[in-house]
Each structure stands twice: as structure tokens, then as C-alpha cells.
Design a protein around this ligand. Structure first.
Ligand code: B12
Length: 209
């Protein structure tokens, strides 16, 4: 049993055995971040199969549940050093988008790193984000966007914050499959993180800048 098996278990939607397999890897001393990478690679392959019409919506749903089951076992092991910084970070998946696995992983990693996070959930309208920024002393808005169709919502959030006179108070960092640094900047974000580990590093850097 190695990390490739973990990737395959996600691809094969093996929800009954994935938790045990992750636990075995942890017991064997595997790096939790490498386990997370193996799981994420599996989800990428699921996405590829869906695109190729080899998997359908039912498989996507089961893949999501399999990933969540695996992550529950992994979560307590992803602890990094405590920053002691209690600046709340606002996190949400943009309006029209219900994907939350990536956002929840980012939140878990931020919480393990000692940050406070206000989770506004999925399908989150810009107004709700503006209200949350107004009501907290947040300096960071972290947005997840997985769909090409709705990633423009990042720009809606940027504009709504500008109109509310709050844009200069916060940095917007975004992530999700269709995005890149270039797209993120085009959509009015300040930064982009390709994964949750990098996201935490970047959020730290944004808070220090
Ligand atoms: C699981 C899944 C679902 C599940 C979601 C379950 C859930 N609770 O989240 C369900 C079945 C609900 C679903 C539904 C749909 N999905 Co879907 N889904 C996926 C899949 C296979 C995996 C996503 C995932 O969880 N990945 C694992 C996590 C860990 O990765 P991640 O989300 O990318 O997050 C990581 C990084 O991106 C980053 N990150 C994420 N957010 C943020 C934020 C910040 C600030 C930072 C710094 C970093 C960061 O860190 C995370 C951890 O490292 C992807 C394929 C893919 N390649 O992404 C398709 C995919 C995203 N889905 C797709 C589609 C089309 C749909 C549907 C429209 C299908 C349909 N016909 O109904 C619906 C849309 C529903 C909606 N309105 O949202 C397409 C999108 C295509 C596009 N470019 O627009 C994809 C790419 C599949 C494909 N290849 O076609 N889906």
C-alpha cells in the first residue's frame, strides 16, 4: 500500500476503505501533505473522467463524499505552527458555485495554522461578503471558484467592495481549478493560490505586506 493506492481509491470511489488506507499511511509515517496531494490528484483524475464522459454526476457526488471521508482522517495531522495571529479571514465559494471541498481544506489548514476564519459557505452573494467585511476587522477575503461559468463573480465581489468603500481595507485571494494568477488579477483579485498549502503561505505574506 502506497500513496498511489490512495489516489486510486479516490478515482475508484472506494468510500468504504479510504479512511483506513489514509490512517495506515499516517501510521506508516507518510507526510500528511503528501497524502493530501495524493487525494487531490485522485480528484483531478475524477474531473478528467467526468469531462471525457466516463464518469457522470453520480460519480462526481461519490468522489466528493470519498474525499471528505478521507480528509476527516487526515485533518488533525495537517497542523502547522501556530502563528498566534487572530485576524479573522473571510472565506466563501462564489455565487452560483456549490463546490466546497477545496474551500473547506483551505479553512482547516488556516485554522490549524492559528487563524480565525469566518466561513460564509457556498453560493455566496457579493453583498454577504461586503457585510462580513464591514462587520469584522478582516484584512483577507479568500474566495473559491470552481466553475468557469461563475468565476466572474470574483470581479463582482471586487466591484461591490469598491462601491462600499472597503476595497482598500482588504486583500482578495482566490483559488480553484479554472483559475490562474493571470486570470485572478484580471478578475480584480490580489493573489491566487494553486493549493491550500500555498494559500496559507500567501495569506501570511499578504497580512505582512
Ligand atoms: C467533486 C466535484 C463536484 C461535486 C462537489 C462536491 C462538493 N461538496 O464540493 C458535485 C457533484 C456537487 C459537483 C457539481 C458540479 N460540478 Co463539479 N467537480 C468536482 C470535481 C471532480 C472535484 C472538485 C474537488 O473537490 N476537488 C478537490 C479539491 C481538494 O480541490 P479544489 O477544489 O481544486 O481545491 C484545491 C485548490 O484549487 C485550492 N483552492 C480551492 N479554493 C481555494 C481558495 C483559495 C483562496 C485558495 C488560496 C486556494 C483554493 O486549494 C484546494 C486544496 O488544495 C471537479 C474536477 C476538478 N478538476 O476540480 C469537478 C468540476 C469542478 N465540476 C464541474 C462541473 C461542470 C460541475 C457541475 C456543473 C455538473 C453538473 N452538470 O451539474 C455541477 C455544478 C454545481 C454547482 N452549481 O456548483 C467541472 C467545471 C468545469 C468548468 N471549468 O466550469 C469540473 C472541473 C469537472 C470537469 N472537468 O468537467 N462537482
Amino acid at each position: 500500500m502506497d500513496l498511489t493506492d490512495i489516489t486510486n481509491m479516490i478515482v475508484e470511489l472506494d468510500i468504504d476503505n479510504v479512511a483506513n488506507a489514509v490512517q495506515q499511511q499516517i501510521n506508516a509515517g507518510a507526510n500528511p501533505q503528501d497524502i493530501l496531494k495524493a487525494l487531490t490528484m485522485g480528484m483531478e483524475e475524477v474531473g478528467r473522467r467526468y469531462e471525457a464522459d466516463e464518469y457522470f454526476l453520480a460519480e462526481l457526488v461519490l468522489a466528493g463524499d470519498t474525499m471528505k471521508t478521507a480528509f476527516e482522517v487526515l485533518k488533525p495531522h495537517l497542523k502547522s505552527e501556530d502563528t498566534g495571529d487572530k485576524t479573522p479571514i473571510i472565506a466563501a465559494t462564489v455565487k452560483g458555485d456549490n463546490h466546497d471541498i477545496g474551500k473547506n481544506i483551505l479553512i482547516s489548514m488556516l485554522v490549524s495554522a492559528g487563524f480565525e476564519v469566518v466561513d460564509l459557505g457556498t453560493d455566496c452573494p457579493a453583498e454577504k461578503i461586503v457585510d462580513a467585511v464591514r462587520n469584522t476587522s478582516t484584512k483577507i477575503v479568500a474566495l473559491s471558484a470552481l466553475l468557469t461559468m461563475t468565476m466572474r463573480e470574483i470581479s463582482t465581489v471586487d466591484k461591490a467592495l469598491q462601491e462600499a468603500g472597503l476595497r482598500n481595507n482588504v486583500k482578495i485571494i482566490v483559488g480553484g481549478a479554472p483559475l490562474s494568477m493571470e486570470l485572478a488579477k484580471e478578475l480584480g483579485a490580489d493573489d491566487y493560490g494553486p493549493d491550500a498549502i500555498d494559500g496559507v503561505k500567501r495569506i501570511r505574506a499578504l497580512l505582512e505586506s
